[in-house]
Design a binder for this molecule. Structure first.
Ligand code: AMP
Length: 580
């Protein structure tokens, strides 16, 4: 008797087809993501042939979201979150309001109820975590300020959704006239709380959740991992990481009603607070990408291609809100907060899509009879199409940015003069130090001691201020930009020290400087053998790999105290040296 294995069939069909379609998409120069979505459409119920289990696929996709958010949390420290709150909180709130109002206006035009419009508008206002993170990671934006603002913004949206998911059923019951909040929150119902009560209870739950994470999680999670690390079993260590990620996400959903994604994000953040565990944990997330792919497949499965033809105008209006309405709102808010245009454009592009939260909202809207079926179809079609078009939004960004920059002041540095007008340094036979962080500062100090003239290039405002206070000649901006590099007068310089950690940017700098001055002595910094090769091939004379130098320093230190020839003394010294 053949036995039924829907879970295996779903995983195999999902990953297998995603691979085939992804490879095909790549072949035709589309992002693989488009292929994953099409793979979903192919195994979905609206196209002929094999139909995968939709409920299972959705649950597998949730796993992907948990793991992804856990990974983001790992990179994200509490400090990062706090440092962007000034823009992320008002930004997300205003954007959600604007998008919701636009959605409500559209639904009003289609004759739906206010409640339906509210759910519809909210669904259009929240971006997909997975799509946003993919886009940021692919473009190496996770560690930039723009990336941090976008992630902070996403966290605020996430929190707003927690509220919305609780309030919608309450709202539905009010609109249906019975004032019963049981559907919204059984606890609130038991104590006879009204809408205000439900709200307060939700806030209280989120508050308790955060407090528990900050006070208990912050200590307990690293403690568990350190304990497991001592067992020496890698397998057990990876398992511990996975168990914590999934356990905290699931537990916080059950106990505090926050989303799985948010729970996982906090779990990751607690882990990331301790630098030791961070690295180990990162390596143990190989499952993440596979499940993220399943997310896209399951999104594709929901899509009914015929809906595009059935209702073209409402769909176009929905897409307009997602792609342009939301982006414009985000853009204006970010610029109003005096952030550079490049930041505003990146954030707009990353948020110009909708995804998993919108699916959840559509489902709740349907279950509470607030949202008509047409609304659900529009949300799904809007999500699929906006996810497919998202890479195009970024392509448009790439096209637009250099053109804007040519006309405006360097956006990375608000105080900078117009690009064409960055005054070229008067120095000649000087050294150019790009990046004045942990590495560049030491180089600069050595040059000062030797009395060599140098000019520093920096982007960070904090460091620029320190440089100014120290009276060091500085050029503000990203040295990879041609106008910034030109201002350092490379053609008359003696040497160029590239002390930044990012090899792609360093490569750009090497290439341009080499073209400007074939005799320039270029020394660059790298963190892997591949980066060393890359920079040398572009014209660097010498590339110092950080990790190799660290090893050299360690070996030198060991050589200062060679091992004692008497073997019985060795264990004793080891015992003295170990402190745990
Ligand atoms: P560290 O890794 O501590 O040596 O810091 C590197 C420094 O380089 C930081 O202060 C950055 O602000 C700076 N930096 C990174 N990329 C660039 C760039 N493309 N142009 C100028 N400065 C940069």
């Amino acid at each position: 008797m053949p036995h039924d294995t829907p879970l295996i069939a779903t995983i195999v069909a999902g990953l297998g087809l995603a691979f085939v379609f992804g490879a095909l998409a790549q072949r035709f120069r589309f992002p693989p993501l488009v292929g994953y979505l099409l793979a979903g459409v192919a195994v979905g119920p609206f196209t002929p042939g094999f139909v995968a289990d939709q409920a299972l696929a959705t649950e597998l996709a949730e796993l992907g979201i948990i793991l992804l958010m856990f990974g983001v949390g790992l990179h994200f420290s509490l400090k990062d979150l706090m440092s962007v709150r000034a823009i992320a909180v008002p930004g997300a709130v205003v954007q959600i309001t604007v998008a919701t109002l636009m959605g409500m206006a559209l639904s009003w035009a289609m004759g739906w109820s206010i409640g339906g419009g509210l759910v519809f508008g909210l669904a259009l206002s929240v971006a997909s975590t997975v799509v946003l993170l993919r886009a940021l990671q692919e473009r190496r934006l996770m560690d930039t300020e723009r990336g941090r603002i976008a992630v902070g913004w996403l966290i605020v949206e996430d929190l707003a959704m927690v509220l919305a998911l609780v309030l919608i059923p309450a709202f539905a019951s009010l609109q249906n006239g019975n004032g019963d909040v049981a559907a919204a929150d059984p606890l609130a119902a038991r104590f006879g709380l009204g809408l205000t009560g439900v709200l307060l209870l939700t806030f209280a739950k989120i508050g308790v959740f955060m407090a528990v994470m900050l006070v208990v999680g912050r200590r307990l999670i690293p403690w568990i991992l350190h304990y497991v690390a001592h067992t020496g079993s890698r397998e057990l260590f990876r398992l511990a990481v996975l168990a914590i990620a999934l356990g905290v996400a699931f537990g916080s959903t059950k106990l505090f009603g926050v989303s799985l994604a948010l729970g996982a994000f906090f779990a990751g953040m607690m882990l990331g607070e301790s630098p030791l565990s961070q690295r180990a944990a990162q390596e143990s997330l190989p499952l993440r990408d596979a499940f993220a792919v399943l997310f896209f497949v399951s999104a594709g499965m929901l899509f009914d291609p015929a809906s595009i033809i059935r209702e073209p105008w409402p769909l176009l209006a929905t897409l307009f809100i997602i792609l342009f309405g939301k982006s414009l709102a985000a853009f204006l808010i970010v610029v109003a907060f005096r952030h550079p245009v490049s930041t505003a454009l990146t954030i707009s592009a990353s948020l110009a899509q909708i995804g998993e939260f919108s699916f959840i909202l559509a489902e709740i809207g349907g279950a509470t009879n607030l949202l008509p079926k047409a609304g659900r179809d529009l949300i799904l079609a809007g999500a699929i199409i906006s996810i497919m078009l998202n890479p195009l939004m970024f392509a448009a960004l790439d096209w637009l940015l250099p053109r804007l920059e040519r006309r405006r002041a360097d956006p990375a540095t608000p105080a900078a003069p117009k690009p064409a007008e960055i005054p070229v340094t008067g120095l000649t036979e000087h050294t150019i130090v790009v990046g004045y962080g942990r590495v560049g500062r030491l180089v600069g100090e050595a040059l000062q001691q030797r009395g060599h003239a140098f000019v520093a290039v920096e982007t960070s405002e904090d460091i620029l201020k320190q440089l100014k206070d120290a009276g060091i000649e500085t050029i503000t901006g990203n040295a990879a930009r041609s106008n910034v590099l030109r201002a350092t007068n490379p053609s008359a310089a003696h040497a160029l020290v590239i002390a930044i950690p990012e090899a792609f940017e360093a490569g750009q700098i090497v290439e341009q400087a080499r073209a400007a001055n074939p005799a320039l002595h270029i020394v660059a910094r790298a963190h892997s053998d591949a980066e060393v090769e890359h920079l040398k091939s572009l014209g660097a004379d010498m590339v110092i790999m950080g990790e190799r130098e660290i090893a050299r320093g360690m070996i030198e230190e060991l050589d200062t105290r060679p091992p004692d020839p008497a073997p019985e003394l060795v264990p004793q010294r080891a015992a003295e040296g170990v402190s745990i």
